[in-house]
Design a protein around this ligand. Structure first.
Ligand code: AMP
Length: 618
């Protein structure tokens, strides 16, 4: 297998970064991509053999009778394709402190809490120490690729809004936290050697500050203060970047005061943040005046290019549900390129975009064959007013064996991604649907199509149709004592507000003339929110990345009009079902034109870090 490039060796740099050794490192990284994609089939076979030989004695594989075999054929014959629910007993044992070799021969170092949920709680992905190296490797490939399209990025800084989230301990004492929190707190990030490509405006202390207000404030302050050095800006997801701009809209006067006087607002109480920021900040009245003048203008169109004039692109994920934020980003940036660099998950990091300046709608990710062993389940998606998947939840023996290997996928076909990882997931269904857009050598490049079953998403929350249905049912119970009932509903992820929020359109039938008090509908909003999973509730309570849920009551007959519209567009009248989520602008407009009243959740739902069952055990 081609070696990973050694691009973390500081001695290869001089301090300006613009030298031949930087070129050498870039070349090495690109050569690595060339090599692993050209030999994708061999690399994949070797990755599988390596994983299976390491884990020859783990309980899970022994139970399935793999008997130490490391070849693809036997593996596909005896090891089943699984979902998180299938692995939950094993995961629970690990969480409860069983340190035996259940899934992996190496010690589980921590759990990564995925934004996917199971039973309303975040999924727990076991991980091992060496996975951090694999993640770092993928990160180290991004800038050499970017450098081919936008040279000179080593001459300035990146303004990235990066945050950590709360962490919890499992009853067995393992830390459980999101993958990025784990990465930012690791020595791979904190002690990274000087590298012009990971030279950020935010000092580590501001990123590692657990208080989200202080973290955001100090990162924005440092970004504004170093405005002319900034060559690229970004966050992980588009929603996070827009949140930072909204924060700026609310707080620019305070920030400018700090820049003018070279002091830090007393609300920033974290001493390590204060110390780190004060090392950078000096009084700069001219810059403060400039920022005040720009922020004080009526229009914020192009504010990014006005405040950070040397910015070449915005580095944020706008594929998948995040595409809803593209118009807002275009407005704030005067149409700067939106760059989606990588595709990753808590289970494993997968791949990167080799053509980063392409349009968001054309983004494809090349899966790096050394990250894990990939398989693909062909899916036939029916799109239209109701999107559905023709694949059952359970696969029969033949389907289990007939998954397609990385190098055998077909151009244009859609697949569900299935991975076998070094950390102990075997033939695990990630839940993402990908479409083959092309090939880099032998390795396919995939468009991200969607997350299976997810109907609503604003930030990292993912709400599926069943969850929505249950939540709406719980809430509609509040109407019963008024002799009213819910006749139809649908939903919409409204990203025109910041933060975005969920909207439910309700058509109700009343058998009494007495009106239902607004407080009842507000209770309905809150009941829906209380019924949602912990990722949604965390977004509302802790991250403040989701706004209060809104119920819009529509006039009676609205859902009939919706059907008429769908049939008029070619939907079959026999098969028509009201969509449980709408995205298509003319339909949203139609629904909005029928709204007779609207109500918001009056407060945040309940949420606490950690899983419900662990809290109960404390
Ligand atoms: P998590 O496990 O919480 O880290 O979430 C991982 C999921 O986020 C993936 O399985 C995808 O559904 C989604 N995701 C990650 N990267 C991208 C991307 N570049 N474009 C679209 N969706 C993504």
């Amino acid at each position: 297998m081609p070696e990973a490039p050694e691009i973390n060796n500081v001695s290869e740099y001089d301090c300006c970064g613009s030298n031949s050794s930087l070129d050498g490192k870039n070349k090495k990284a690109l050569q690595f991509i060339e090599d692993v994609t050209s030999n994708a089939d061999e690399v994949q076979r070797r990755v599988l053999a390596e994983i299976l030989s390491h884990s020859a004695h783990v309980e899970y594989l022994q139970r399935h009778g793999l008997n130490g075999c490391t070849d693809q054929e036997t593996f596909k014959k005896v090891v089943p394709v699984v979902t998180y629910e299938d692995l939950k007993p094993e995961i629970d044992r690990i969480a409860n402190g069983d340190a035996s070799q259940i899934l992996c021969s190496q010690p589980i170092s921590e759990f990564l809490t995925s934004s996917g949920t199971s039973g309303g709680e975040r999924k727990l992905m076991p991980t091992i120490e060496e996975e951090l190296e694999r993640r770092s490797l993928l990160y180290s490939l991004l800038m050499p690729v970017m450098n081919q399209c936008v040279p000179g990025l080593d001459k300035g800084k990146g303004m990235y809004f990066l945050f950590i989230k709360s962490e919890a301990k499992t009853p067995g004492g393992l830390v459980a936290r999101p993958v990025l929190t784990s990465y930012y707190k690791s020595s791979h990030f904190i002690d990274r050697p000087y590298d012009p490509y990971t030279n950020y405006t935010s000092p580590n202390e501001t990123i590692l500050c657990p208080d989200s207000y202080q973290s955001m404030y100090s990162q924005l302050l440092c970004g504004l203060y170093q405005n002319t050095q900034v060559l690229r800006v970004g966050a992980v997801f588009a929603s996070g970047f827009i949140r930072a701009l909204k924060f700026l809209e609310k707080n620019w006067l305070l920030l400018c005061n700090d820049i003018r006087s070279g002091t830090l607002d007393p609300k920033i109480t974290d001493s390590s943040v204060r110390e780190a920021v004060m090392k950078i900040l000096e009084p700069n009245p001219g810059l403060a005046d400039f920022i005040e003048a720009e922020c004080g203008k009526d229009s914020w169109s192009g504010i990014i290019t006005r405040l950070w004039p040397n910015t070449k692109y915005i580095d944020v994920i706008v594929t998948g549900t995040m595409s809803q934020y593209i118009p807002t980003l275009d407005y704030y940036s005067n149409g700067l390129p939106l760059v989606c660099t990588m595709y990753a998950s808590s289970e494993c990091y997968f791949g990167l975009n080799l053509n980063p300046l392409c349009k968001p709608s054309e983004v494809s990710y090349t899966l790096i064959p050394t990250m894990c062993y990939y398989e693909f389940l062909p899916v036939n998606r029916k799109s239209g007013f109701n999107e559905s998947f023709s694949k059952p939840v359970f696969l029969n023996d033949k389907e289990n064996q007939d998954l397609v290997d990385l190098v055998d996928v077909k151009l244009g076909q859609e697949y569900e991604l299935i991975v076998t990882t070094y950390a102990g997931l075997y033939r695990y269904r990630v839940g993402d649907i990908l479409r083959v857009a092309g090939f880099k050598n032998k390795a396919p490049q995939f468009n991200f199509v969607c997350r299976k079953n997810v109907v609503l998403s604003i930030d990292s929350d993912k709400t599926d149709e069943v969850e929505l249905q249950n939540a709406v049912k719980n809430a509609a119970n509040n109407l019963l004592s008024f002799d009213a009932s819910l006749t139809e509903y649908t939903s919409y992820a409204d990203s025109s507000t910041v933060p975005g929020h969920y909207v439910l359109y309700w058509e109700i039938s009343l058998s009494r003339a007495t009106p239902i008090p607004p407080s009842v509908f507000e209770d309905c909003c809150l009941t829906v929110e209380e019924s949602f999973n912990s990722v949604y509730r965390q977004g509302r309570v802790s991250d403040k990345s989701i706004g209060p849920l809104e119920i819009k009551i529509v006039e009676s007959g609205t859902f009939d009009s919706l059907m008429d519209y769908a049939v008029g567009q070619g939907a079959s009248i026999n098969q028509y079902k009201a969509p449980r989520c709408v995205k298509y602008a003319p339909i949203v407009e139609l629904l909005n034109s029928k709204v007779v009243a609207n109500y918001f959740s009056p407060k945040c739902p309940k949420w606490a870090p950690g899983h419900k069952q662990w809290l109960a055990e404390d």
